[in-house]
Design a protein around this ligand. Sequence first.
Ligand code: EPZ
Length: 422
Amino acid sequence: MEKLIIKGRKSLKGEIVIAGAKNAALGILPACILSDEICRIENLPDIIDIKNYISILRCLGAEVTYTSDRCVEIDAQRIGCDDTSAANEEIRNMRASYYLIGALLGKCKYVNIPLPGGCDIGTRPIDQHIKGFRALGAEVSIENGKVKAKAKELKGATIFLDVVSVGATINIMLAAVKAKGITTIENAAKEPHVVDIANFLNLMGAQIKGAGTEVIRINGVETLRKCDYMVIPDQIVAGTYMLASAVTCGDVLVKNIIPKHMESLSAKLLEMGVSITEYDDAIRVVGTKSPKPANIKTAPYPGFPTDLQQPMAVLMCLAKGVSTINENVFESRFKYLDEIRKMGVEISVNGRTSLIIGNGKLSGCPLKATDLRAGAAMVLAGLAADGVTEITDLHHIDRGYEDMEGNLRALGADIKRITIEE
Ligand code: EPZ
């Protein structure tokens, strides 16, 4: 077993370059299944979720060649849809494996794979994905923990999503790009990675308009070609490092990002007294010794991202007074607060609302990462805390953060990873 050991209260200083977005790449990799030629994907983050997705594609029959640490060429022409059993275990363990349903249905008109797993942050149904596939003409059933979908032909349809869902929006796009006629997705998610995946599909020859707005129109095409594509920078990793600077009273330039994607976080940090300077593709974050309390309400983009709710809670712990969080996207994304409470902060949770009564400090202690962003929040808490913080269950963090401790050490943090006997 591995754990992180952090000696806190070192101000972070310097620059960090942000890699490609996990949640964009996790849609782009399965989208390659729809191409009849080889796709080259650049700026992939070097994280476990991406390695696992590539392993799934290989098990399904794709040829994937790494041309560098961050670039792969994918030839998915020989992927078959009849037997996915070699990849079933990995499919079951990953949330983004749900994109295989849309992509395989689009390619073969048949798919039979395990239901997706992922972070334990709520019930996470896929009813809206299924509603979309059915509207396109597929018969879909769930039996013995697997999703089975088949269609003679997929035909364009109008689909109104009951909830704004990133996964359903992307999955329906994947199934619809090669369907006959026009598909309209209404109440679509507008996240940057929805736009990135639409841009990737369009570069392959798809005809998708309106990605980034609440109405997406897809005119089905027969074939998709090869293309070279560079994944956008990771908005959530960028936000995590912005908050790392804020909670350590640091001075960090977060580079290779799209500042527009960070607006809800930047605005909140300014409100809390943190200094933010925007450049074309970077943001400088200078922390304050006495951050002000604040209230956040998570919401689909361009609202405050649920994925930054947990790292933001750490800054709230350091602000003297009462801060509130309304978590409007996932119903159980507060489990990590039981861990943070151990650091000496008064926190109450009532349904989707939590109150954090900050007293200006955190005290180091052993913590267990409970999911991906919770793990990142605990690292930030350790950086800000008095004394030593030890964090276990690092596999959650490694799913989505590339060499987090190496990056933080380069910014001046006292953090190391050690292996311990089970
Ligand atoms: C994606 O999850 C991300 N995962 C999540 O990132 C992110 O938190 C989330 O979008 C919101 O931005 C990937 O991209 C792989 P949703 P997803 O469908 O697609 C409900 C991270 O830390 N819903 O937008 O699962 C759902 O329960 C992770 O990187 C339905 O009711 O999220 C939730 O309340 C964690 N029925 C809300 O919609 C459905 O069919 C939004 O979920 C689908 C969703």
